[in-house]
Design a protein around this ligand. Structure first.
Ligand code: TYM
Length: 329
């Protein structure tokens, strides 16, 4: 079976962007592939976290994974910090990554611009840890949103570099991006991606938003004065809603545009909200129920860590040997 690896940071709440960009595809692929889905808490501490909150968020994210439809029987679902091999491989890859490569990472540059006070080394080497995550499992496919493309390229480059310097060791992973809504945009500024770190809560929809909150946020959502539902780069707000509508309903953009011919934004927005609610509300109910079952969640991540570790160890053992570390018998 081909292998899939992906993950999300437990840094607060999951947005509709996380779902459409990544998790929706995970659920689609889980039957055909051997899948590893991680709660990447090691990545999360590159920005300051409240310890108690981080612990809660890790559990909540795991519950979200399952509520979104990942089957814990079929998939290996685990917490990144439970499998130390991620850090061990990261160190080796660190020594093979050029400063220049990391300097070019747009996400790092964005973060550097925004928060000079917290420009720690972890933020800089973050993509190397992500490469380690992926390469440890001999991953074939990495289902992520558009914003992770550059990071994935680095993982591929590092795999090639290692294979060339030593000998064939890593699979070269491919990115897997959604056809629609690979980049869900902010509802308040449709030129920016939807992000939970947006200070304006109306910019994003959370997977745990209740129906009324969703209706309110979509109603307030920034559009334009054209007044025609059309898929055009000049109408980024409407384009974003069309992407969301299409991805969640399975209807094509053309079909939806036809449906709203001669109608105003009011109808279109109201229906978009209902389409979102029809998908998110059942997941939210499941999520709330799962949060009550701490033992079940604990069982999943403990078993997940064991399975992940077994696979990760195999790769790491090879790597250490090739690099020239003396084996401890
Ligand atoms: P993170 O936690 O920021 O986001 C998780 C996933 O959601 C996708 N995503 C979006 N997709 C479309 N539109 C949006 N507005 C949007 N916002 C987020 C992201 O592309 C991602 O797929 N570095 C990663 C986590 C990570 C990882 C990995 C992923 C660590 N190691 C190994 C894959 C493989 C991140 O910060 O994702």
């Amino acid at each position: 079976k081909k292998v899939i690896f992906s993950g999300a940071q437990p840094s607060g709440k999951m947005t509709l962007g996380n779902y459409l960009g990544a998790i929706k595809n995970w659920t689609k692929l889980q039957d055909e592939y051997e899948c590893f889905f991680s709660v990447v808490d090691l990545h999360a501490i590159t920005v300051p976290q409240e310890p108690k909150v981080l612990r809660e968020n890790a559990k909540k994210l795991l519950a979200q994974y399952i509520a979104c439809g990942l089957d814990p029987e079929k998939n290996t679902i685990f917490i990144q910090s439970h499998v130390k091999e991620h850090l061990e491989l990261m160190w080796v890859l660190n020594t093979m990554t050029y400063m220049g490569e990391l300097n070019r990472m747009t996400q790092f540059k964005d973060k550097a611009r925004k928060s000079e006070a917290n420009l720690n080394a972890g933020l800089f080497t973050y993509p190397v840890l992500m490469a380690a995550d992926i390469l440890l499992y001999q991953t074939d496919l990495v289902p992520v949103g558009d914003d992770q493309k550059q990071h994935l390229e680095l993982a591929r480059d590092l795999a090639n570099r290692f294979n060339n310097r030593y000998s064939d060791t890593f699979k070269i992973p491919e990115g897997y991006y959604p056809k629609e809504a690979a980049r869900v945009m902010s509802l308040q500024d449709p030129t920016k991606k939807m992000s939970k770190s947006d200070e304006n809560v109306n910019g994003f929809i959370l997977l745990e938003d209740d129906p009324d909150t969703i209706r309110r946020k979509i109603k307030k959502c920034v559009t334009d004065s054209e007044g025609v539902v059309r898929y055009s780069p000049e109408q980024p707000g409407i384009k974003n809603l069309l992407d969301i509508y299409s991805a969640l309903s399975g209807k094509s953009i053309d079909e939806i545009v036809k449906m709203y011919e001669g109608k105003g934004y009011g109808d279109f927005k109201a229906d978009t909200a209902e389409v979102i609610i029809s998908v998110l509300e059942p997941m939210r109910q499941k999520y709330l129920a799962l949060l009550e079952d701490k033992e079940y969640l604990e069982k999943i991540y403990c078993e997940g860590a064991k399975k992940a570790e077994a696979k990760a160890r195999k790769t790491l053992r090879k790597v250490y040997k090739k690099v020239g570390f003396l084996e401890r018998k």
